[in-house]
Design a protein around this ligand. Structure first.
Ligand code: SF4
Ligand code: SF4
Length: 292
């Protein structure tokens, strides 16, 4: 099983559109939306949800008032000020377990809390694992790991897993990128886009994942596109292609049109050319590419 992650240094660069097009262009692939904070891939793939599960990704302290001897040790040792006047504030609790450890009466315990839900769906392109993090919930990296685990369970040894990765450089990005065979970084032609590209490339390299880059809407700022291309050249990162700004693609995405309609646009054809480059890196291509 090979794994490809499409990622970016920040949200809104077009990585989900690229991921959706790759899913439609591939064969026998499994897709996963690892952007659990703001998942959007389902809006393009129109999945039918087959199974939904609660995800318990964190713990919180719970107090048994009947056992509490009111000694104050838990409040004294809690570093997150989650206990005040011996009252527990669940919004401040980090689930570290120190209060459980210091309580002489056994009045404190940790309980798992639901931090999101995972879904297995069917799309016209193949199976799809995705999730939704609860508002304000932590542990999004754990939820990404769970989505990837479930996606792997949907494939076969010759399958390709296409992951719409989380953006940025934090925990969910690390959970999206680690252990994949290839990362495609989608960059924008802006000063911040170049900066973000460098940062997410650092994440991929740190975790020894080979990375390619592509530039979305490259013609909106040819000078910065050139700078990004020069950066990629200096860093020995293959520039897999450039996608033009295309109102046709924007309109198709806005209408939530089928991915085939996205691929018929000028930008869609550029994405298809990038897929050919990516495909060549993910040998052997015949096993998971339509038409070989
Ligand atoms: S689990 Fe940790 S953060 Fe939560 S109340 Fe206990 S000591 Fe404080
Ligand atoms: S440490 Fe245990 S017994 Fe002491 S105040 Fe906290 S919950 Fe109560």
């Amino acid at each position: 099983m090979r794994q490809l992650v499409i990622t970016s240094g920040k949200g809104g660069t077009g990585k989900t559109t690229v991921a959706a097009c790759f899913v439609a262009l591939s064969w026998r692939s499994v897709c996963a939306d690892a952007d659990v904070d703001a998942p959007n891939l389902h809006l393009l793939l129109h999945p039918k949800v087959l199974e939904e599960r609660e995800f318990r990704g964190a713990k919180t302290a719970v107090k048994n008032e009947e056992l509490c001897a009111r000694c104050g040790k838990c409040e004294e040792h809690c570093r997150f000020q989650a206990i005040r006047g011996l009252a527990l504030d669940p919004f401040r609790c980090e689930g570290c377990g120190v209060c459980v450890h210091v309580c002489p009466s056994g009045a404190m315990r940790l309980e798992e809390v639901v931090t999101g839900r995972t879904m297995i769906s069917r799309t016209r392109y193949g199976p799809f694992a995705h999730a939704l993090l609860n508002i304000g919930a932590e542990a999004s990296g754990k939820l990404v790991t769970e989505v990837r685990r479930r996606a792997e369970g949907l494939g076969q040894s010759e399958s390709l897993v296409i992951i719409d990765g989380a953006p940025g450089i934090g925990c969910p990005v690390i959970a999206s990128v680690t252990g994949t065979d290839l990362a495609l970084i989608v960059a924008e032609p802006s000063v911040s886009g170049l900066h973000d590209l460098a940062r997410v490339l650092g994440v991929a390299r740190h975790f020894q994942v080979e990375a390619l880059a592509c530039i979305n809407k490259h013609d909106l700022c040819p000078e910065l596109s050139e700078e990004i291309a020069a950066f990629c050249s200096r860093e020995n990162v293959e520039l897999a292609g450039k996608i033009p700004f295309d109102p046709g693609l924007v309109e198709a995405v806005r209408r939530s049109a089928p991915v085939e309609a996205l691929l018929e646009t000028r930008a869609g054809r550029a994405i298809e050319e990038i897929w050919e480059v990516v495909k060549a890196r993910l040998l052997p291509p015949k096993s998971f590419c339509r038409g070989g």
